[in-house]
Ligand binder design. Structure first.
Ligand code: R1P
Ligand code: URA
Length: 292
C-alpha cells in the first residue's frame, strides 16, 4: 500500500506549490544549494546563465536556473535547524510525493544538497576566511531525536565521548547532542583538498549556545575551552554554525546526499571577526557551483 499524505500533513497551496517554500514540483532541480541569508540567493543566482523560476515567501527565497549546463535550485533557509526541518521536508516532498494523488512516488529521486554558510572558527588552523566543510556535525538542536532511525545514522560512541568530555548532565544535555556524518561522496567532490575538513557544532543559538557572553552569564563558562580542547579518534571541533546537523541528519534519513561548507567570519580563539565577508563569500559560491 502506498503511503497517503492528507492535507493537514502535507499542506499544498491553491496554486499547487508547497506550503512554506511556495515552490512547485516542476521547479525543483536535483542539485540544490542552500544558503541561510535570503540575500545570498541573488549572489548565487547571479552566476546562472538563465533563470526559470524565482519565488519568495517569508525567509525562503528560491531560484532555479542553469550554471554551465547544470540545472540548480538555490534556496534560502533563514537561521536555524527548525527552518532546515521545513526546507528539507518540503524539498523531499516536492521530489518524492505526487502532489496530484498525495501518494509517495514509486521511484525514489535523490537530491544533492550543499549548504554554503558562514561560521565561527575554533582552532588555530581556522582563521577568518577559511572554508570549512563539515565532515561531522554535532547537533545541539535536538531535531533528529523526533525521527525514528536517529540512532542508526548517528555516531553514538562519538556522542558519548563528547558528553563525557564536556562533563555535561541534566539541562546542559537536554536534548543530548547528536553526531552525524555528511555525504562522503560530496565531500570528496566538493571539498577536494583545498577546504579544511572539520567537525562542526550546529548550535541552537548564536550567543549562549556558542559560548558568547554578553550581559547574561553562561551556564558553563568553560564551554568553549572544553570544546576547543576536545579530541576523539583524531577529530577536533573546528567551527560553530547553526544548520549543518539537521541538514546532514534529515538527508541521511531521507536518502539524499548533503554537506555543509562555511566560510569563517569570526575566529573565537583569537577574537577576530570580519563583517565585510559578503564580498569574499563569492569565491566559495563559485567553487561550489563548479564542483556540484
Ligand atoms: C548566524 O549569523 C547565521 O550565520 C550562519 C549560521 O549558521 C546562522 O544561520 O550561517 P548563514 O550565514 O548561512 O546564515
Ligand atoms: N555564524 C555562526 O553561527 N557563528 C559565528 O560565530 C559566525 C557565523
Amino acid at each position: 500500500m502506498k503511503k497517503y499524505f492528507p492535507s493537514s500533513e502535507l499542506i499544498i497551496n491553491e496554486d499547487g506549490s508547497v506550503f512554506h517554500l511556495h515552490v512547485k514540483p516542476e521547479w525543483l532541480a536535483d542539485k540544490v544549494i542552500l544558503v541561510g541569508d535570503p540575500g545570498r540567493v541573488a549572489l548565487v543566482a547571479s552566476h546562472f546563465e538563465n533563470k526559470e523560476c524565482e519565488v519568495e515567501s517569508r525567509e525562503f527565497k528560491t531560484v532555479t536556473g542553469t550554471y554551465k549546463g547544470k540545472r540548480i535550485t538555490v534556496v534560502s533557509t533563514g537561521i536555524g535547524c527548525d527552518n532546515i526541518d521545513i526546507v528539507m521536508n518540503e524539498l523531499d516532498a516536492l521530489a518524492n510525493i505526487n502532489f496530484e494523488t498525495r501518494e509517495e512516488k514509486d521511484e525514489f529521486r535523490q537530491l544533492e544538497l550543499v549548504r554554503i554558510g558562514t561560521c565561527g572558527g575554533l582552532q588555530p588552523n581556522t582563521p577568518v576566511g577559511t572554508f570549512i566543510c563539515s565532515q561531522k556535525s554535532i547537533g545541539f538542536d535536538g531535531l533528529l531525536n523526533f525521527y525514528a532511525g536517529r540512532n542508526a545514522v548517528c555516531d553514538l560512541p562519538f556522542e558519548c565521548a563528547f558528553i563525557n568530555h564536556m562533563g555535561w548532565s541534566g539541562n546542559m544535555c537536554a536534548p543530548a547532542p547528536y553526531v552525524i556524518d555528511a555525504s562522503e561522496e560530496l565531500i570528496e567532490r566538493i571539498a577536494k583538498d583545498d577546504m579544511v575538513r572539520g567537525v562542526t557544532i550546529a548550535a541552537g543559538g548564536f550567543f549562549g549556545p556558542q559560548g558568547r557572553e554578553l550581559r547574561i552569564p553562561l551556564a558553563d563558562p568553560k564551554q568553549n575551552d572544553k570544546i576547543e580542547a576536545f579530541e576523539y579518534k583524531g577529530f577536533k571541533i573546528t567551527n560553530f554554525e547553526m544548520e549543518s546537523s539537521a541538514l546532514a541528519g534529515l538527508s541521511r534519513l531521507m536518502g539524499h546526499k548533503a554537506m555543509t561548507v562555511c566560510m569563517v567570519i569570526a575566529n573565537r580563539l583569537i577574537k577576530e571577526a570580519n563583517t565585510g565577508y559578503k564580498n569574499t563569500i563569492d569565491i566559495l559560491v563559485r567553487t561550489v557551483l563548479d564542483r556540484i
